[in-house]
Design a protein around this ligand. Structure first.
Ligand SMILES: *Cc1c(COP(=O)(O)O)cnc(C)c1O
Length: 432
């Protein structure tokens, strides 16, 4: 870029580069970040923004962390990558060992994938292969709940909310899975059996066709930022057991502390047969995901024909990503992350509450280090991004949802800045 003047590259971006869920012909503005440290992003013009997004759940320790930087550097000096077919390396094994140790005892087998979506594909394929190997090839459907989000690839799209707009365009060519009503009950104390009635009815009607239930425990992320209670997961586990279906938890968003416990499933005391991890796995440094299973699932997949799991990405268990992940997990476990998440939760609960009085606010909800203000109508994205950046914060709403999920290391003062800006900006928002 040496030959370009300062703003050339930003113009090139607008003309040629695709961004997530964006148009290249009618691009919305994107803000150029040249460096980041802690909870601050530095823009090309020198302005600093307090990060309220943790780069989509991932950057739990803040940016440019010396310990993770060093772990990657030292791995880089040994090797950046090596194929995982027929070879192994210490970075992958050390990470796998940690993952097995930190997750519930039954989860013993680790499959590395290169992104969250791919880990979901692998989990779905495992569930199908498990039943095929047992001679039960008629179990080909997945059961999930509405308002879920499991990724952007075809298998993942087919188990994500069929109507919320992210994927409905493709609905005609996706496999037809089963969708129960989204869970509604937020607190175990208020549990009402009707919440699970829709899932139970689907099991009663299709019990012998269902390969697995896939669900995001306690927090539905990109499908609507909705929270629900642990009892739903206990009931779901019981239904899976009764009808012979596997249970897949997608903890790609909730894993690694975000909801206040290491994993959201810990709050329910429920262990799935298959667990997907991603996003914060590497502390937001690199793309990496993992699928963990219990022995029964792994052995089932590998019994019968063809006797092996039919999946193996080129960059499986990339050593740099594994080194980053191991360092990130060690940092997390050595940190007082539960206290940090609790204090973020306390702050959100008091600071965002005043939004509830605004006529265009439908709901304010908080769980762990996640604060959500749901509006009655979608917000004008270009307008609100400009407002946020002008006020020195980085927050990226979608649709009617303005939400915060900062790095866990954020200090009170920066947290206050984030919530003050949200409360101020949403006083008189430009809605669509
Ligand atoms: C982000 C996300 C995915 C997809 O992960 P990618 O790394 O974006 O492919 C899947 N499930 C959940 C719950 C997610 O939040």
């Amino acid at each position: 870029m040496a030959t370009r003047n300062r703003n050339d590259w930003i113009e090139f971006d607008q003309k040629h580069v695709w961004h997530p869920y964006a148009s290249v012909t009618r691009p919305l503005p994107v803000y150029p970040v040249v460096s980041a440290k802690g909870v601050r992003l530095t823009l090309a013009d020198g302005r600093e923004l307090v990060d309220g997004m943790a780069s989509w759940w991932a950057v739990i320790h803040g940016y440019n962390h010396p310990v993770i930087n060093e772990a990657i550097r030292s791995q880089l000096d040994r090797m950046a990558h090596v194929m995982f077919g027929g070879l192994t390396h210490p970075a992958a094994v050390s990470l796998a060992e940690k993952l097995v140790e930190m997750t519930p005892t039954p989860l013993t087998r680790v499959f590395f994938a290169d992104s969250g979506s791919v880990s979901v594909e692998a989990a779905l394929k495992m569930a199908l292969q498990f039943h095929v190997a047992r001679g039960d090839g008629s179990r080909r459907r997945m059961l999930t709940v509405r308002r879920g989000y499991h990724g952007d690839t075809f298998g993942a799209m087919a188990v994500s909310d069929p109507e919320n707009g992210m994927h409905h365009l493709f609905s005609g060519i996706l496999p037809q899975h089963l969708f129960a009503d989204a869970p509604c009950c937020v607190r175990d104390e208020d549990w009402d059996d009707s919440d699970i009635a829709s899932m139970r009815a689907l099991f009663e009607a299709h019990g012998d066709e269902i390969a697995a239930v896939i669900i995001e425990p306690l927090v539905q992320g990109a499908g609507g930022m909705r929270f629900y209670c642990a009892e739903y997961l206990r009931q779901t586990r019981a239904l899976c057991d009764r009808y012979g279906a596997l249970l897949i938890f997608d903890e790609i968003a909730t894993g690694f502390g975000r909801t206040g416990t290491l994993f959201a499933m810990d709050q329910a005391g429920v262990v799935p047969d298959i667990l997907c991890l991603g996003k914060a796995l590497t502390g937001g440094y690199m793309t990496l995901a993992a699928v963990l299973t219990n022995d029964r699932t792994a052995e089932g997949v590998c019994s019968g024909e063809p006797g092996l799991f039919m999946h193996g990405p080129t960059f499986m268990a990339n050593p740099l990503a594994c080194a980053a992940a191991r360092a990130s997990i060690d940092l997390l476990l050595e940190s007082p992350f539960k206290e940090r998440v609790q204090s973020i939760e306390n702050h959100f609960k008091s600071a965002l509450e005043s939004c509830r009085d605004y006529p265009h606010v439908a709901d304010v909800r908080v769980k762990g280090a996640i604060g959500v203000v749901e509006l009655t109508r979608p917000v004008d994205m270009e307008w609100i991004e400009e407002e946020f950046v002008k006020r020195g914060v980085w927050i990226r709403p979608f649709g009617k949802l303005v939400y915060l999920m900062p790095p866990f290391v954020i200090e009170e003062e920066d947290l206050t800045r984030l919530t003050d800006v949200v409360v101020e900006t949403l006083k008189t928002p430009k809605l669509r």
